[in-house]
Design a protein. Structure first.
Length: 258
């Protein structure tokens, strides 16, 4: 064999070995990177639960392929993009899952126990709270909590009352009237059509008739309208329309029509 052919063969072998080394390194490096990212998800959630004091003696496991985190092989948390979701099959587990929600809210800045009531009310279908949500699927509930932004919590002591003048610029509050809860209330004015809408959610133990009244900046009544609530298993969205409004209202109030 000539010297030239030997050199060409040697160069070919060297290139082939270099390609193999490159592919092996690339695959190895990619695997390490993915494990690191998934481990960080596990560490953040584990520390969130541990720091809350609710789960200090618990065992934590994580399936990094399915992104499923388990507590004591009993309570399961799915890690989504910006959310933790929990499939609640047994109603007796609600207390523990609301502790998980509370641990997340503590990590975001609330004090211990502050979000428990909101979590329970969301699961009962009484309110819709931004940041803590529930959906029903094939007879069970899927609870989710935003792990990046604080939820808007239900605070009974700061809720508004029947016939109380409420600024239409106000946000994040509820109205308690007997056994009824009005939440997620907002208003909008169409200056061209001269229509004002008040929308929100309402939950009650029985049917009820309500009178909504809007007022100007001096709290002088300009219009009122009736809303009939029909009970359902969870909160009911409502939207009330006031027509022929020449000036955008600044206040409103509501009472149960006996």
């Amino acid at each position: 064999m000539s010297r030239k052919k030997k050199i060409l063969i040697a160069i070919g072998v060297l290139l082939f070995l270099s390609l193999i080394i490159f592919l092996v390194f690339k695959k190895y490096n990619k695997t390490i990177t993915l494990k690191t990212e998934k481990s960080e998800e596990y560490i953040v959630l584990r520390e969130t639960l541990y720091d809350s004091d609710y789960f200090k003696g618990s065992r934590f496991n994580y399936n990094d392929e399915k992104k499923i985190f388990t507590i004591n092989d009993e309570y399961t948390i799915n890690i989504k993009n910006g959310y933790y979701t929990m499939d609640i099959v047994d109603e007796d587990d609600i207390e523990e899952y609301c502790k998980i929600v509370d641990a997340v809210e503590m990590k975001l800045g609330f004090t211990k126990g502050e979000s428990i009531k909101t979590c329970e009310m969301v699961l009962e279908g009484k309110i819709n709270a931004s940041g803590i949500n529930v959906t029903k699927y094939e007879g069970h509930k899927i609870l989710s909590v935003n792990n990046r932004e604080k939820a808007i919590l239900y605070i009974e002591d700061s809720s508004r009352n029947q016939d109380e003048d409420i600024s239409l610029d106000e946000q994040s509050y509820t109205i308690n009237i007997d056994d009824y809860i009005l939440s997620s209330i907002n208003g909008s004015y169409d200056e061209d059509l001269k229509i004002y809408n008040i929308c929100g959610n309402i939950y009650g133990e029985e049917d009820g008739d309500f009178i909504f009244t809007i007022a100007d900046e001096n709290k002088e009544t300009s219009k009122e309208t009736e809303y009939k609530y029909e009970k359902e298993d969870s909160y009911v969205p409502f939207c009330i329309e006031f027509k022929d409004i020449n000036i955008e209202p600044k206040y409103y109030k509501v009472h149960l029509n006996d």
